[in-house]
Design a protein around this ligand. Sequence first.
Ligand SMILES: [Mn+2]
Length: 540
Amino acid sequence: MAANVKHIAAQIPKLTLFSKTNRRLFVGRFLHGAKFTRWKCRHRNATMSAPQACEESTWSGIAGPETFAKEEKLKSLSEKGLRFVGDKAKTIGQPTPESHPHLMEENEITPGITKKEYRDRRHKLLSVLSKTHFGETHDKHLVVIPSNPTKHMTIDVPYPFRQNTDFLYLTGFQEPDAVLKPWRVSHCLHIRVPCSFNLQTPKGSCGKSYSIKNLAPVLIDRYAGKDFSVWYDSLRPTHPMIHEEISKVLFRSEKFSYKNLLTLGHNVHMLRLIKSEVEIKLLRQSASLTAQAITKVMKSTRPGLEESHLHTILEYECRMGGAERLAYPPVVASGPMANTLHYINNTQVLRNGELVLMDAGSEYHGYASDITRTWPVSGNFSEPQRELYEVVLRVHKKSLQLCQKTVSLDYLHHAMLLLLGEELIGLNMIPKNLTESQLKKATAEFCPHHVGHYLGMDTHDTHMVSRGLGLHPGMVITIEPGIYISADNTKVPERYRGIGIRIEDDVLITEKEPEVLTAECPKEIEDIERLMNNTEIARL
Ligand SMILES: [Mn+2]
C-alpha cells in the first residue's frame, strides 16, 4: 500500500508524503513554506479537526484500497498540472481549487469567478450606495445582506439548498445561515458555527468571518448613530431568523430611526444587470449546454413516452454536461397542455399528431439559461401546425433583429405584438382595420405574456429592474413570442384549435449585432424534421 502511495505521490508535482499510520496514509502538498506536522487520525471525518499548522497546506486523507483505484484519475489531474482530489471539500463546505481542480482555477471562489471579481462587486456596491443621496457623497452606511436559510420539505428532509442570489453575487459563499456586512473597505461575513466551514470561508471571499452569534453586538457597535443609512430589505426578508435578530437588536435600539432604513435590492440588481466578461462566458456555456440537451430530447421524442420522460432526459443531459441543477422546473407540455403557461405537471402521454412544447434551462456554475422549443411528437409537422409555427418563427426572428442597444424590453414587446398581429390578420384570426392599441389588445389574447425578460444568475433575473430601461451591451435577455389557441376557441378556424407554440432564445446585447447564445438549438422546421427523422441517430 505504501508503495502505491509513493507511486501516486510521484505522479503529482510537489507532492510530499508526510505521515502514515497502519490504517491511513496522508499525503499533502507543501505550500507557502508551512511545515507539515505528523499526526494521526482514526476516522475519515477527522480531517474536520485539522490542526491550525496544517491550515495553509493542501492535504488529504487517502483511505483504503478503493482510493488507489482512482490512481488513473489522479494521474490525469497531475498531467494537467493540477493538485489533487481529496477531503478538502468536507472542511471548506464548497468546491475550492484544491478540492475540485477539475472545476476551478487558482484564485477562483466559484468556478470561473475570481476573488478579485467578487471583491470588485462589493466595492462597486459600496461606491454606488455612497452616491445615492442625489449625487452627494455620504459614507455612513450599514449594509446587511443575509443568505438563504435551509428549507425542509418534511421533518429532517431538506430541500436542496440554493443560495440567495444577491448574497451569492457579492460573496460566492454557498452556505446557509450567514450574513454579509460590507462596510467601508472591509467586508465581513457572519456565518453559523458549527458549520462545515468551521469559520473558514473560501480564501479571499471576504475580509473576515465571525460566528453568527456575534451578529447582534457587531450590528450595535457598527450602527453609530442617526446619521447612518441602513441598507436592508426588511419588507422581503430572506432569512426569518436573522430578520428577527436584526429587528430585535437594531430596530428596537434607541439610536435607530426608520427614516434611515433604505431598500438595498434595486442597487444590487442594477449591478447584476450588466454582465462581466466571465459572466458572459458562463452564460454562453449554460446556454450551449441547454441547447445541446434539448436537441437530444428532440431526437429521443416518440409517441407513447410521457412528458416526464422528456423532463428526465433533459435533466440527465444538463447534469452530465456539468450543470448543478435545472434553473427551474421545466415545462413539458404536449398538445393542448401547451396553452397552460407554466404547466409543470408533465404527466401526460405524448400522442402522435401533437406538438410538444419544452421550456427548460440549466443552471451552470450559478448562471441560468432559458430555452423554449416546440416540435412534433411524430417528427413531422401537420399543415396547420406548420402554418402557425412559421408565423411564430418569423415574429421571433424579426424580434431578434430588433435587440439593439438603447431599445427597451417593453419596446420589443410592443413591436412583437404588432408583428404578430399582422400575421394573425393574415390568418383571418383577428379583423383588419383595427387601431394600433386595438390590434395589440386583440393579439395579446393569443400571446398573453411578455416578449422577454432579463437573464443571468436567475431565470427571471434582476426582477427589480424595469423592463422600460434601455438595453446596454452586456445585458442578456430572452426573446420568446408564442401563439396559444385553446381547444374551445370557436372564433378561430377549427384546424388551429388546441395548438400552443413558443420559440425562445437567449440574447446578449452588444455594441453591434445581438449574439444569440442558444443558436445551436434547432428551430427551423426542416432542421427539426431532419433531426427527428434521421434513422442513423439512435433514439433512446
Ligand atoms: Mn423565459
